[in-house]
Write a protein that binds this ligand. Structure first.
Ligand code: ADP
Length: 159
């Protein structure tokens, strides 16, 4: 059983994330999308809301499971018996952080591999931060997130 863990904040999930998730689902038997609970960050959406949006937008795939975790990603990956941690790369700006992430994980758990998938060109500009920024100012996010996420964003930003 080849299991991949895809960790992130997903605050909220957007088309860039979903593209990575769907591509990974064709390569592995099981994909665990892991919503990070980080007490040092202040997300817009609660952990449950982020999980619900991920579940609704990935429900057509039987090998994708959504869970939350706290603590070190490698510990959660080992607990779930994943062999691979998946990350997405958008631009050179992602590279530096991801380089450190991958090398640190290798030091902590040498049996795990961190695997990078390049963003699809049309999604390369999307981040959860830019989605929230556009939604906050009432802009259209329909090219960035599925309709259900757009609805949840508008509920948060009703003035
Ligand atoms: P964001 O950067 O949008 O806030 P996260 O912190 O939740 O997203 O990132 C989770 C993972 O998804 C990271 O590996 C990140 O590089 C990747 N990712 C985020 N946005 C995109 C995108 N547009 N295309 C491909 N991968 C992405």
């Amino acid at each position: 059983m080849r299991i991949a863990l895809y960790p992130g904040s997903f605050d909220p999930v957007h088309y860039g994330h979903l593209d990575i998730i769907e591509r990974v689902a064709t390569l592995f038997d099981e994909v665990i999308v892991a919503v990070a609970v980080n007490p040092r960050k202040k997300p817009l959406f609660t952990t449950e809301e982020r999980i619900d949006m991920l579940r609704s937008t990935t429900s057509k795939y039987s090998n994708i499971h959504i869970e939350s975790f706290d603590g070190l990603t490698v510990n959660f990956a080992l607990k779930k018996r994943a062999q691979v941690i998946i990350r997405g790369l958008r631009a050179i700006t992602d590279f530096e952080n991801e380089f450190v992430f991958a090398l640190t994980n290798k030091k902590l758990a040498s049996e795990l591999e961190t695997l990078y998938l390049m963003t699809r060109a049309e999604y390369s500009f999307i981040s959860s931060n830019i989605v929230k920024e556009v939604a906050y100012y009432g802009g259209c996010v329909s090219e960035m997130v599925p309709p259900i996420v757009a609805r949840e964003l508008s509920k948060k930003f009703i003035k």
